[in-house]
Design a protein around this ligand. Structure first.
Ligand code: COA
Length: 261
């Protein structure tokens, strides 16, 4: 029987799993429970062959995720905090998830919320969304990948400015610096995101996994190593039925039906 979650909602539409962080009265702030449940749910979806793509969003119309739950910071020691972050890293789980993960950003996307979006593969924002790493205002720094993933995505100058000032930027500005892939009117956010997710979910699951792995190598290895491993991953596709199906479908002028084998 599927697990039930206290802080998350799960809805499956065709091959897309929509995960909603469901703490709207706390602007969907990430507490320990949410992080644990998020990681557990991803474990569940990892082996679910009926799911090809995962979408994360936040409940309500105000926030995607307003950051880590600041209430939990009070009274925490360095060691406890380190343990929480290392043992319950939802962001690492998203980053290493073998299927594409999309952030559907519907409002405040701050601190740990921005870091969760950064761990996703694609970010789609509503015009009303806003982004920032405001940790500096609390006398701390981003600790869920913000200093690393944001810098790799938008470059050191822009990342440095956002992190040092704690400034919150609107969706268009986020688009301008490459932080989000698309900005759409709020009433079209879900439809546009689902359209992109559905299109991706129809591809070969194996090719998607290998493509994600290969693209991530670009910022984690040197060029020679990345190019060499890209060839290995490319060659691996030649051992799959999906490659035979994709090539045959093209030659026979029909739509491929990938099976993930
Ligand atoms: N952690 C814990 N609780 C949070 C939270 C967070 N990151 N962000 C919002 N909340 C809670 C508020 O404490 C408030 O709870 P209450 O109703 O019990 O008092 C509730 O969510 C609504 O927040 P409020 O500030 O009234 O909503 P708003 O719409 O006016 O403002 C924000 C929204 C996101 C701008 C504002 O809440 C904020 O600045 N949050 C903190 C953002 C942040 O610093 N994130 C980085 C954390 S490391």
């Amino acid at each position: 029987m599927p697990q039930t979650y206290e802080t998350l909602l799960l809805e499956k539409r065709d091959r897309v799993a929509l995960i909603t962080i469901n703490r709207p009265d706390k602007r969907n702030a990430l507490n320990i429970k949410t992080r644990e449940e998020g990681a557990a749910l991803l474990d569940e979806l990892r082996n679910d062959a009926s799911v090809g793509v995962v979408v994360f969003t936040g409940a309500g119309d105000k926030a995607f995720i307003a950051g880590a739950d600041i209430g939990e910071f009070a009274g925490r020691t360095s060691i406890t905090q380190r343990d929480v972050m290392m043992s319950r890293s939802l962001f690492t789980a998203i980053d290493g998830f073998p299927k594409p993960v999309i952030a559907m950003v519907n409002g405040y996307c701050l601190g740990g919320g921005c870091e969760l979006a950064l761990a996703c593969d694609i970010r789609i924002a509503s015009e009303t969304a806003s982004f920032g790493q405001p940790e500096i205002n609390l006398g701390i720094i981003p600790g869920g990948g913000g200093t690393q993933r944001l810098t790799r995505l938008v470059g050191e100058g822009k990342a440095m400015e956002l992190i040092l000032t704690g400034e919150i930027i609107d969706a268009q500005t986020a688009f301008g610096i490459g932080l989000v892939n698309h900005v759409v009117p709020a009433d079209q956010l879900e439809a546009r995101t689902m359209e992109i997710a559905k299109r991706i979910s129809e591809k070969s699951p194996i090719a998607l996994q290998l493509a994600k792995e290969a693209v991530k190598l670009a910022s984690r290895s040197n060029l020679d190593e990345g190019l060499r491993r890209e060839v290995d991953l490319f060659a691996l596709c030649f051992s799959t039925e999906d490659k035979d199906e994709g090539v045959s479908a093209f030659l026979e002028k029909r739509k491929p039906a990938f099976k993930g084998r």
